[in-house]
Design a protein around this ligand. Structure first.
Ligand code: KG4
Ligand code: ZN
Length: 346
């Protein structure tokens, strides 16, 4: 498959958490069709993702979504050259749905199946042509900032990733969501908190900045969340809520910038600082990281939000990169709820 033709079509499937997604890409990275069904409304009454509900929703919606993206790409299963599905890490019920469907199509058509690591899919997204002019070369530094993941990774090649740091407690998106909940905002609270913060005074509450200045690039957010809870417990008026949101966001942005600075020093050959995951949508976070990158003379690469949050384009693209590297997986590949990036064989 090293000779994968540029025109070959690859189907990508994503079902590791609460987004059901499918996409068809040409091997040259052209996106022919993409669709994401969010299960937000299904989980919102519970204030978080319910694994059983997620698995059933993937099962109910993924097959029709695949038919839709194939039709939009002007093809059928017979036009595919390969199928890539997220095989971990994530919720096992959803992983089984996507991986089994992917294997089924691959078996029926006699084409390669790629078991994609969800974190590697995020990690390789900035190499999609169109995301960065000329395509991003290895190595680069990736900050993966989402509701479930918070880590800093040296991306050195396909299947070659070194985790430089990760959260000691909450993920950064989780910190946004928990603080937003304390402020009485709906779940998931990140975007709501950002809107509230826009009218607030970030200097009003001197919140902690966990691990700031500490060696390495681990993260910690639970102390910050506790500090938010303590301020809320004293009682807040409307302006106070906005000020607290702004103060929280400023703390997070300052901490992330500090951690990124340390990480860049750990990877002197980096060609770029890349930010991905839902929190990458946050304007204050982007601005703070942009300043760090600029000071290091590097570009900050932030893929468009639809490619930063969970999607199937990134899964198809990771499959294409793996095929090009001569990798393919057997139909006996078992999905892995826990699957650290560093354990990928090159
Ligand atoms: O990557 P993602 O869509 O899903 C996973 O967690 O895998 O990330 C979702 C997280 C949630 O915690 C959400 O509150 C946060 O990203 N988020 C934001 C913003 N948009 C989404 N956090 C802060 N500011 C935002 N604008
Ligand atoms: Zn993700």
């Amino acid at each position: 498959m090293r000779g994968l033709r540029d025109g070959a079509l690859v189907l990508g499937l994503e079902s590791s958490c609460d987004e059901t997604a499918a996409a068809v890409l040409r091997a040259d990275g052209t996106i022919l069709s993409e669709a994401v069904l969010s299960q937000l409304a299904d989980h919102a009454p519970f204030g978080g993702v319910v694994p059983e509900i997620a698995a059933r929703a993937h099962l109910a919606h993924l097959p029709a979504l695949v038919r839709r993206v194939l039709a939009e790409a002007g093809t059928g299963p017979e036009g595919l050259a390969a199928v890539a599905a997220t095989a971990g890490p994530g919720l096992i019920g959803g992983l089984l749905v996507g991986a089994t469907l992917g294997k089924g199509i691959a078996a029926a058509r006699g084409i390669p199946y790629l078991a994609v690591n969800h974190l590697e899919a995020h990690a390789l997204t900035p190499r999609l042509p169109g995301v960065h002019p000329g395509g991003l070369g290895f190595p680069y530094l990736l900050l993966l900032l989402s509701g479930g993941h918070c880590q800093c990774v040296a991306v050195e090649g396909v299947g070659r990733h070194r985790r430089l740091g990760s959260t000691l407690d909450d993920a950064v998106g989780e910190a946004f969501d928990k603080s937003a909940k304390l402020l009485g905002l709906p779940w998931p609270g990140g975007p709501h908190l950002e809107r509230l913060a826009a009218t607030g005074d970030a200097a009003r509450f001197p919140l902690p900045r966990p691990l700031l200045g500490r060696a390495g690039c681990d993260f910690s957010f639970s102390g910050l969340k506790t500090a938010v809870a303590q301020v809320v417990a004293k009682g807040l008026d409307e302006a106070g809520r906005a000020d607290l949101a702004a103060s929280f966001q400023a703390s997070v942005a300052a901490v992330l910038a500090d951690r990124a600075r340390h990480a860049l020093a750990m990877l002197p050959a980096a060609t770029a600082l890349v930010v991905a995951g839902g929190v990458a949508a946050n304007g204050a976070v982007r601005a703070a990281l942009g300043a760090v990158a600029a000071r290091a003379g590097l570009p900050l690469v932030a893929p468009p939000v639809r490619l930063c949050t969970d999607n199937a384009v990134m899964v198809a693209w990771a499959g294409i990169e793996r095929l090009r590297a001569g990798l393919v997986d057997g139909l006996d590949h078992a999905p892995r709820p826990r699957w650290p990036l560093e354990s990928l064989a090159g």
